[in-house]
Structures are given as C-alpha cells and as structure tokens.
Design a binder for this molecule. Sequence first.
Ligand code: APR
Length: 192
Amino acid sequence: MPSQADAITVNQTRLRLLQGDITRQVSDAIVNAANSGLMGGGGVDGAIHRAGGPAILEECKQIVARQGRLPTGQAVMTTGGNLKAKHVIHTVGPIWRGGHQGEPELLASAYRESLKLAAESNLESLAFPSISTGVYGYPASEAARVAIGTVIAFLSQGKPPLKEVAFVLFDSRTFAAYAAALSTAAGETGLS
Ligand code: APR
C-alpha cells in the first residue's frame, strides 16, 4: 500500500503537513486566518491574539487606521509579540457561499499574497493554518486542493528564500484532507 506523503520538496523548499496548534509553531512567521477588521475573533485568530499578546492588536489597529479594512485575499504583517514566531501574517480568506462566488480564486489569493509577503521580507519559514475552513465554512477537501496547489505553484515559479512552508492543521479530519490533497498533487507533479 503506498504511504501517504506528508512532505514534498518544491524547488528546494520543503512543504510539510503537521497536526497541532499553530500558536506553538517555531517559525519566522505564522499566518492568521483573520477578518477584514483585523480586530481579532474566534478560531485561530482568537488563539493567535491570546497567545501573542496586545502588541499584535496594536499593530493591526495602526494598519487599519493607515490603509482601511483588509480586503479578502490580501495580506499584511505584524510582530509575533509573545509568540515563538517572529511575525504574524494576517490574511482574510473568503466566506463559503456555495463555491460560485469566486471563493477558490480568493482563497488562492490569500495564500499567494501571504507567500509573496514572506518572500519579500526574506523569511525562511512560514506556517499556514487551514484558511476559511472553520467559521467561514469552506469545505476542507476543496480548500486543501486550492491551498496545496497554490503553494506548489508559487514555489515552482521562482527561488524564494523560503526553506520551509508548513501547514499546521488543528484536527485529524483537516489533516487527512490536506494529506489527500498533497498525495494527489505529488502524483500529478512527480514531486516527492
Ligand atoms: N492552530 C491551528 N489551527 C487552528 C487553531 C490553532 N490554534 N485554532 C483553530 N484552528 C483551525 C480550525 O480548526 C480550522 O480548521 O483553523 C481553521 C480555520 O478556522 P477559523 O479559525 O474559524 O478561520 P476561518 O474559517 O478562516 O474564519 C475566519 O473566524 O475567528 C474568526 O476573526 C476570524 O472572522 C474570522 C473568521
């Protein structure tokens, strides 16, 4: 029986799947599945603000005062505060409305803009949660296909400074959805 891949290498960047709590991740940056107001919330957003402390919210407020609400599919970076990660990249995934309201494109944009920001900032490691699959209701297997496909496409295009991109999945069902998407993508691309 073929074993399911939980890591592949794309252009010298290791793409890994982990199960756990992203607030404990040691990484140059972790990504937050935020909302456009950037004032915190539930889910992973709440967990990141709780663990990281008030410095993160303070920077978020300054960003919103400067440039307004963060549109869906865009990304901004703040300090990591008390987190083990040095920075938090806040992005906004789409709310699932059945799949025909541009959701896949907006979800891909949230991943792509986060990766661009990390690469432009010369970060070497980045960890993503499963954006949009909690409160925002995006089905995990469909979100996983978009997430994995977008990261592979981004890493294939150039030579970003990133040495590692991890997905830190909170629960076993979400982990299984990403493992299946990674195995399919590895089969299609020949990456291992
Ligand atoms: N580490 C990793 N993943 C986590 C953690 C954590 N500590 N906590 C929750 N998750 C997982 C959820 O189980 C889900 O799989 O993150 C995924 C995304 O779920 P949400 O956090 O609900 O994010 P999303 O669906 O994008 O909804 C965003 O929720 O909290 C609000 O302010 C946020 O309004 C925004 C909305």
